[in-house]
Design a protein around this ligand. Structure first.
Ligand SMILES: [Zn+2]
Length: 105
């Protein structure tokens, strides 16, 4: 990694896609309790609750894989994965590029 100034607008497409994947991930996590609550109010059976849980779990795995595969445009490593650890933080785990650095220029 060099210390030369970089045109952050070149990162915009990749960073936008990474932000969209993060939103999908957090939205999936947040929808869990309301989805089960609504399902319970409509049909409080184990079968209905289990079906909604499995559908939610499939979405969660999909969103997690998308987040894990997000690449950092500056260093080329995974933005949210370091070793075997997945951390959905706002900075690249390798070069500390912030998720919204491309928006400030
Ligand atoms: Zn990086």
């Amino acid at each position: 990694m060099s210390n030369e100034p970089v045109d952050m607008t070149a990162y915009r497409g990749v960073m936008k896609r990474t932000r969209r994947r993060r939103k999908l991930f957090f939205s999936t996590v947040l929808v869990y309790v309301p989805a089960l609550w609504i399902t319970h109010s409509i049909s409080p059976t184990n079968r209905a609750m289990g079906t909604v849980f499995v559908i939610w779990l499939i979405f969660l795995v999909y969103a997690t894989v998308l987040v894990a595969l997000s690449k950092c445009p500056r260093c080329g490593n995974s933005f949210h994965v370091h070793g075997i650890t997945l951390l959905v933080l706002r900075k690249c785990l390798h070069c500390q590029l912030h998720i919204s650095d491309d928006l400030t220029t």
